[in-house]
Design a protein around this ligand. Structure first.
Ligand SMILES: *Cc1c(COP(=O)(O)O)cnc(C)c1O
Length: 391
């Protein structure tokens, strides 16, 4: 028994790093240029090409990217921001750092992205300055509808695309929106630099502001204007942040970006395999993908039909863990966390769709090095658990 268990130890995530990344880091170390420099510039240039967007700004996390985006859009004390409750801490916390009030929005029960009806209702009543959306799991939100809503209520859009590289909707790539888009290269994201992020926008003034604020508000061009002063001269134009990416990270990012499409293809294959395994098990509801979407498949999230089961989600997870399978839950909705309950007054049932969904979801392993056999083991173990506990 023990040996079988060990044999089937499948972690929730493994990054896909190869010899290319190791060589690139060694080369960068030997170059003597460790922090922001030529590799970052190259990574930004490759990223703009990959996405098909005017500006790309490399930063040290997606959280930093979101902070810079909100700041560039002028979000400040007394302003409001609408954002989905079903997200990671970052989407909301940096807006709160700027003094804004978070308006948490329910999720669509099929796609798990922001619920458009609830969003419209809150826009009508509260007129937030910014709308932040999350391409949950790697499935793009319906941006055309969201852009129409934003235009009607004079809001600007920030896209949290931490899960969505690469992804597109109706042939339109995530990262080319009317507002600002923020990507993550955290260790468990679709491509990684260990820690890192990227901001994209088509808008010159926002890009300039975010670039400035990403490194202490220091004007890099000052020394050019005062060339007599020499390259030691700089000017502080605003109290900025320390959010620049290192060349060590960018060297990894350049290798990973080249593999991003191949990684996505493998994750899509894994999603299709899971779908096929779960086809005739009604207790397990497969992820719903909108027509015309190219899904990044950062997450493969199933829902348990609890009305057909005698056990709850936590018990299912314990049993998966006991079989050597790592899984996760994305997410306990923000409005159910103590901080949002105590400080902003949210109750679980305020966002009923999020609340209901949260009881049922499990994220299964999905990453390029996961084999077909491992997918089969995960799927069959889960099927076994639920069929043994039917009502
Ligand atoms: C991972 C993640 C972030 C934060 O990314 P970092 O690069 O770790 O700062 C933000 N939003 C979502 C939805 C995420 O999953």
């Amino acid at each position: 028994m023990r040996s079988t268990l060990k044999q089937h130890s499948i972690p929730f995530f493994k990054p896909a790093l190869g010899d290319e990344e190791i060589s690139a880091v060694s080369e960068t170390l030997r170059s003597g240029w460790l922090t922001t420099g030529p590799r970052c510039k190259e990574f930004e240039a490759e990223f703009t090409r990959f996405i098909g967007v005017k500006h790309a700004i490399a930063v040290n996390s997606c959280t930093a990217a979101l902070h810079l985006a909100y700041e560039a859009l002028g979000l400040q004390s007394g302003d409001k921001i609408a954002l989905p409750s079903l997200t990671f801490a970052s989407t909301a916390e940096v807006a709160i750092h700027l003094g804004a009030r978070p308006l948490l929005i329910d999720c669509d029960p099929h796609t798990f992205t922001i619920d458009l009806n609830h969003l419209e209702h809150v826009l009508e009543r509260e007129r937030p300055k910014v709308i932040s959306v999350v391409h949950y799991g790697g499935q793009p939100c319906p941006m055309k509808s969201i852009e129409e809503l934003a235009a009607r209520y004079s809001s600007t859009i920030v896209e949290d695309a931490a899960h969505a590289l690469p992804a597109s909707d109706d042939g339109r790539r995530v990262g080319t929106g009317t507002g600002i888009t923020c990507f993550s290269f955290y260790a468990n994201k679709t491509i990684t630099t260990g820690e890192g992020g990227m901001i994209t926008t088509q808008h010159d003034a926002w890009a300039e502001r975010m670039r400035l604020m990403s490194l202490h508000g220091i004007s890099k061009d000052a020394w050019k204007r005062f060339s007599a002063e020499g390259s030691w001269y700089y000017e502080i134009l605003a109290p900025g942040y320390k959010y620049n990416m290192t060349d060590l990270a960018a060297a990894i990012g350049l290798c990973q970006l080249m593999k991003a499409e191949a990684f996505r293809k493998r994750r899509a294959e894994i999603a299709a395999l899971y779908d096929a395994h779960f086809a005739s098990t009604p207790e397990i509801m497969k992820p719903y993908v909108r027509i015309g979407v190219e899904h990044a498949w950062h997450l493969y999230v199933i829902q348990l039909d609890l009305s057909l089961l005698t056990i709850d989600r936590a018990t299912v997870i314990s049993k998966l863990n006991a079989a050597g399978i790592g899984v996760s839950v994305h997410y306990l909705p923000l409005h159910m966390h103590p901080y949002y309950r105590d400080v902003w007054g949210y109750q679980p049932h305020d966002l009923p769709q999020c609340y209901e969904l949260y009881q049922r979801i499990i994220s299964l392993p999905i990453y390029p090095s996961l084999t077909d056999d491992e997918v089969a083991y995960v799927a069959n173990t889960l099927i076994d658990i639920v069929t043994k506990h039917r009502v």
